[in-house]
Each structure stands twice: as structure tokens, then as C-alpha cells.
Ligand binder design. Structure first.
Ligand code: ATP
Length: 629
């Protein structure tokens, strides 16, 4: 009986990625083997776990291992495992498509990448898995049989748009990937991958720690295990080189770049566990996507139990990768059980503290590394200010923020506090959509004139945490765009008291009238002490939502009542003075209400806000301009 061969098309993203691999400029081509061995090792992990859970699986788990065979005459290399395998539908779904989040984004960036180095960097960051085979092979054949089923599948492709798929009757359990190798070309970093010595070298370098035996044909007929199989996390750190840690990181994270930092943790005694964690050097593409995953794997007594163990790290540290191996848990633990488990909760507390303290040390020990960390992950870490009450102080300690003190370099809160002026009680900040909108906003004027430093907060999460976190080091956070501002010293206040009282009286009638005229937009009109050059600005009450937050909530579909803020006038500005005089002499002039409206509109534009009715604003403004000509 002949078996039908189907020809199927790769999904379009997969096709694009394959083209990139075929014409790869990625110089470290040896990495294809790491990807294949990594997949084989995962497949063995999955089978072992599945057989614990399903006693009737009917799979052979007696000698789980990986074999690598080379055939110099045929120019082939085969990586074989007797793990979980794939069904036909799984092959189509897993190998014919890329389901990874952030793929489209990655491909766009790659197209925009200016040079080879930039695209290498991106490929490394994305990690291309199985498709890396096409860097070194012009044809790939995969034969697989899912453990517990009887029929196998053969998949084959040259990577050019389509692949074939066909049932096979006598496939062994697991997966064998055979690469039909491209000709050797050392200038292009294509080495002789049919050479057993070369393969051994690559396995030692990239995959030594794999906990399954990786076997190759030895001198005689005997197969030899080429890796040491030692779980890195269980070895003392003096025995493990930095390179080994880095390769392990790449294995578990599928990142192609070295991690920024390696963190080890060991607990002994009644409750024993080891953890080996990594801070990546780049944020993953999915850091802020909904389907993002957490990166810590759970092992129990060296046995892989699960990926993305969300009970081990809080959401805001989702970028931390690594392994936790606990000695006293049951191999049958489920995600639900873990959530309740007291030991897991203790591990999690300790991991969080360790990660935060590592970053704290990095701040002083290696400022550049810290800057990278914060640039990549700061936005996620700040979510912890809302979620992790217990570690709030520690998170504030390791946070840094853009500030008016230095346009280039963010500041820590500690440093901000050390620069606070005498008598300054608050940590001043302003939230907004961009640095320039904040810096050019009228609210900044008096702070700039008087030399007060202001934190420039532009991340959406900043809008949230500033409302939730009351203080740092006993100093309250104070928005310069909210509430009353009082920047004058007691002495200055005394000196100007009489003049201020007089000003209040002079402006009383204007303020009352304007509040009425602008009743629909503002809840109060008052004199400002934060303006030096602008005529007016709009401020919120201390507990009001900021305009950005209001916009965010509305965008999420939340119903909100209209939020009115306060209009503040600069009593020293010619326009405000003129309006006061005009109102005193012609209280019934209807044009004055329009001037008040324009003044409000200008204040809104100055803070980067949006006018409710731009065409009316333009009409009024054009009318006024006309009169000046
Ligand atoms: N040897 C194998 N045995 C069983 N399943 C496999 C094997 N190799 C690959 N797969 C399946 O195909 C999927 C895709 O593999 P691929 O290497 O492209 O990506 P990945 O390992 O999931 O992640 P990454 O792209 O980050 O390396 C795997 O997640 C796995 O489910």
C-alpha cells in the first residue's frame, strides 16, 4: 500500500522566518544543534511527566535518551530522542507555524534593521528554535511518533514555502530530525557537522548540563554518553564556569544572548531547594502582551515538572528566567496545589527578595548593567509597587526615574532625596505622555524658576503607582499638577503677605465671574503660584484622576463622570491683568466670556491636552487675531 504524501504550505510568518534562516547571516551557526538538543530534552521531560500522570500511557520510558548520529558519506546529521513525539496535527501546528507571541513585531523590526549586526541581534533576541536547522541544512526530515500511539509521521522540507507530510508505519517512539547538510564553508561559519569531533565539541559547549544522556557512537560499537548530565543548579558555583551558566540560560530561556546576571540560591535543612535564576539582558517581545509567560521552571528532585511556574514569581518579575528544584514536593503537584502550598510561598518570598537585592547591589557595583536592567525591565518592575505591598520599599530603592536634574540620566529616589533643597518636604513629580509635554507644561514654571527638581514620569504605570504609594523615606510624593503648590519660604511669605491679600481682593470678582462663565469645564478658578510666564494652567485636586489616567480608563471602556479640574491664573500676566480690568469696566461685555474660554483652551493645549471643540476655539481665536490687524 502506498502512503499518501500531502504537500502543505508554511504559515506566512513561518515562511518569512525560514527565508531568513536559509539566507542566514547569523554567524553562530553551531547554535542549531543546541536548539535540536533542547527540543529533544524537552520532549523527554514531557514524556517522563506524562507517564507519571497517566499510568496507562503505554509508552516506553525505560531508557530515555538522545542520540546523535553523523553520516559523512550521505552528509547527514540526525538528532533522535525517544520522548513524547508529535501527532500529525501537532507537527502541522508546531512545525508548520510559529505560534510565538511577538512574531509579527519581530519580523517588522527585522525588515527595518539597518545592518547585519542589528538583524543578528534581533534573531538572537527572538530565538528561532527548530528553524535554525535551515542555517546549515538544505533539507530537513523529521520522523516522529507520539508516545502511546501507533502511527508515525514523516515531515520533510527544503524550507522553501512548502513541506510534505506522510504517515509512517514503523516509526520508533519519539522524534528523529535528520539534516541534509549544506556543503562545508568555513568562511560562512558552516563547519563540518558530519565530523563526530565537531559535534562532540558543540554538545560539550552548549548542552553539557542536559539531564538526559546524549549518546554518540564511540570508537568501537559502544555508544558513549558525551555530556556530564550534571544539573547545574545542584553544583557548587565554584565548579561551574560562567559560560556553562550562560549556556544553561539559553537552553531554558530560548534566548540566544547571554544573561545580564546569574543568581544562585540554596536552602538547606528541613525544607531543601535550589534555585538558579537569570536576569535577561533584553526584554522579551511579549513582556507587555496579554499572553506573556513567566519564566521559572519547577523541578522536583531533578525531575522537570512545569514551565512558567506562576506560583514561584510574581507577575511583575515575569521576565526572570530560571529553575527551582524543590526536594520535598510530590511529583504529582498541579498548578492549583502549588498556589496553596506554603513551601512554595516561602520560596517565592525568598526569590523575590533575592532578585530585588541583586538589582540593588548592581546599582552601586555596576551602574551600567543596572541602567540596562532598568531600561529593559523597569516598566514591569514598577507594577510591583501596586501588587507587592511587602516589597514596596525595596522596589522604590531599586527604581529610577527621568528627572529635570539631568536630561540624559535617570535618578534613583535616594539621589533625589539627597539633592532636596532646604525646607523641601515633598518629592515632586509630574506625569504625562512624553518628556517634552511635561517639560513644556506651564506647571513646571515656578519649579524651574526656583530650582526644584521634578521627576518626569511618562510610563502609563506611573500614573497608577503615584496614587498608591504615599512616600519614600518619609517624603511624600507630590504632583506639581495637582493641589495647591507652596514653594515660598516662610520669610518670603511674610514679606508678600500684604500684597497677596490685596491681589486676592482685586481678583475676587474676576475669579467668581470666570468660574461661572467656565462652569461646564472647571470646578474652580483661582490664582496660581506655580506660573511665571504662562497666563494660566489647569490643575487637579489631590485625589482627582489625571487626564492621562482618565483617558486610559475610558479607553478600557470604563464609565466615568466628566472630571472637572481647576483653572489657575497667573495674576502677573498681562493678559490676565487686562482681562481683570476689562471685566471691572465692562462686566456685561459678552466677548469677555469668549476670552475666558480661549484662556482655558490655551491652558489645556499648553499641558498637551485636547480641546473639546477645536473648531470653536479656532473661530474665536481667528476673530481675535483679525481685530489686531
Ligand atoms: N524533538 C521534539 N519532540 C517533540 N516535540 C518537538 C520536538 N521538537 C520540537 N517539538 C515541538 O515543536 C515546537 C516548536 O519547536 P521550536 O524549536 O520551533 O520552538 P520552541 O522550542 O517551542 O521555542 P523556541 O522557538 O523559543 O526555541 C516545540 O515547542 C515542541 O512542542
Amino acid at each position: 500500500m502506498t502512503t499518501p504524501i500531502e504537500t502543505l504550505e508554511f504559515q506566512s510568518e513561518a515562511r518569512q522566518l525560514l527565508q531568513l534562516m536559509i539566507h542566514s547571516i547569523y554567524s553562530n551557526k553551531d547554535t542549531f544543534l543546541r536548539e535540536l538538543v533542547s527540543n529533544a530534552s524537552d520532549a523527554l521531560d514531557k514524556l517522563r511527566l506524562e507517564s507519571y500522570r497517566d499510568k496507562d500511557l503505554g509508552a516506553d520510558t525505560s531508557d530515555l535518551h538522545i542520540t546523535i548520529e553523523t553520516d559523512p558519506a550521505e552528509r547527514t546529521l540526525t538528532v533522535r530522542d525517544n520522548g513524547i513525539g508529535m501527532t500529525r496535527d501537532e507537527v502541522v501546528a508546531l512545525i508548520g507555524t510559529i505560534a510565538k507571541s511577538g512574531t509579527a513585531d519581530f519580523l517588522t523590526k527585522l525588515k527595518e534593521a539597518k545592518d547585519a549586526a542589528a538583524s543578528q541581534d534581533l534573531i538572537g533576541q527572538f530565538g528561532v528554535g527548530f528553524y535554525a536547522s535551515f542555517m546549515v541544512a538544505d533539507k530537513v526530515t523529521l520522523v516522529t511518533r507520539k508516545a502511546g500511539t501507533s502511527e508515525g509521521v514523516r515531515w520533510e522540507s527544503t524550507g522553501e514555502g512548502t513541506y510534505t507530510i506522510q504517515p509512517v508505519e514503523d516509526a520508533p517512539q519519539g522524534t528523529a530530525v535528520t539534516l541534509h547538510l549544506k556543503p562545508e564553508d568555513t568562511d560562512d561559519h558552516l563547519y563540518d557537522y558530519t565530523s563526530a569531533a565537531k559535534i562532540r565539541e558543540i554538545v560539550k559547549r552548549y548542552s553539557d548540563f542536559i539531564t538526559w544522556p546524549i549518546r554518540m557512537q564511540g570508537e568501537g560499537d559502544e555508544a558513549e554518553t558525551v555530556n556530564s548530565m550534571k544539573a547545574l543548579w545542584a553544583r557548587s558555583s565554584s565548579e561551574v564556569s560562567e559560560d556553562e551558566y550562560h549556556e544553561f540560560y539559553k537552553h531554558i530561556s530560548h534566548d540566544w544572548q547571554d544573561p545580564l546576571e546569574t543568581i544562585r540560591l540554596q536552602a538547606e535543612g528541613t525544607f531543601e531547594y535550589q534555585a538558579l535564576l537569570f536576569l535577561p539582558s533584553r526584554a522579551p517581545m511579549d513582556l507587555f502582551l496579554r499572553e506573556r509567560k513567566r519564566g521559572v521552571q519547577l523541578y522536583v528532585k531533578r525531575v522537570f515538572i512545569m514551565d512558567d511556574c506562576e506560583s514561584l514569581v510574581p507577575e511583575y518579575l515575569r521576565f526572570v528566567k530560571g529553575v527551582v528544584d524543590a526536594q520535598d514536593l510530590s511529583l504529582n503537584v498541579s498548578r492549583e496545589i502549588l498556589q496553596q502550598d506554603r513551601q512554595i510561598q516561602l520560596i517565592r518570598r525568598r526569590l523575590v527578595k533575592k532578585v530585588l537585592s541583586t538589582v540593588k547591589t548592581m546599582m552601586t557595583a555596576d551602574a551600567e548593567k543596572y541602567a540596562t536592567f532598568w531600561r529593559e525591565f523597569g516598566r514591569a518592575v514598577k507594577e510591583g509597587l501596586l501588587d507587592d505591598f511587602e516589597n514596596r520599599e525595596a522596589i522604590l530603592e531599586i527604581a529610577s526615574f527621568a528627572s529635570t536634574h539631568d536630561a540624559e540620566k535617570p535618578t534613583s529616589l535616594r539621589d533625589y532625596v539627597s539633592r532636596m533643597k532646604e525646607g523641601q518636604e515633598h518629592i515632586y513629580y509630574m506625569t504625562g505622555e512624553s518628556r517634552s509635554a511635561i517639560e513644556n507644561s506651564p506647571h513646571m514654571e515656578a519649579f524651574r524658576a526656583k530650582g526644584y527638581e521634578v521627576l518626569v514620569l511618562t510610563d502609563p504605570i506611573d500614573e497608577m503607582w503615584v496614587d498608591a504609594v504615599p512616600a519614600f523615606d518619609g517624603k511624600q510624593f507630590q504632583s506639581i499638577a495637582k493641589g495647591q503648590v507652596d514653594l515660598e519660604s516662610e520669610e518670603d511669605k511674610k514679606a508678600t503677605e500684604v500684597a497677596r491679600e490685596q491681589q486676592k481682593k482685586d481678583f475676587e470678582s474676576l475669579l467668581t465671574w470666570m468660574a461661572k462663565a467656565l462652569d461646564e469645564d472647571v470646578k474652580e478658578v483661582r490664582l496660581s503660584s506655580r506660573l511665571t510666564t504662562s497666563p494660566a494652567c489647569i490643575v487637579g485636586d489631590t485625589h482627582d484622576l489625571t487626564p492621562t489616567l482618565e483617558k486610559m480608563y475610558r479607553a478600557m471602556g470604563q464609565e466615568l463622570p466628566p472630571i472637572k479640574r481647576i483653572l489657575e491664573l497667573n495674576p502677573d500676566h498681562a493678559l490676565v491683568k487686562g482681562l481683570r480690568e476689562a471685566h471691572a469696566s465692562r462686566p456685561d461685555d459678552e466677548g469677555l466670556a469668549e476670552t475666558a474660554e480661549l484662556l482655558y483652551g490655551m491652558a489645556l493645549l499648553a499641558e498637551g491636552g485636547e480641546l473639546a471643540d477645536p473648531s470653536r476655539f479656532i473661530k474665536l481665536l481667528a476673530g481675535r487675531l483679525e481685530k489686531t490687524l
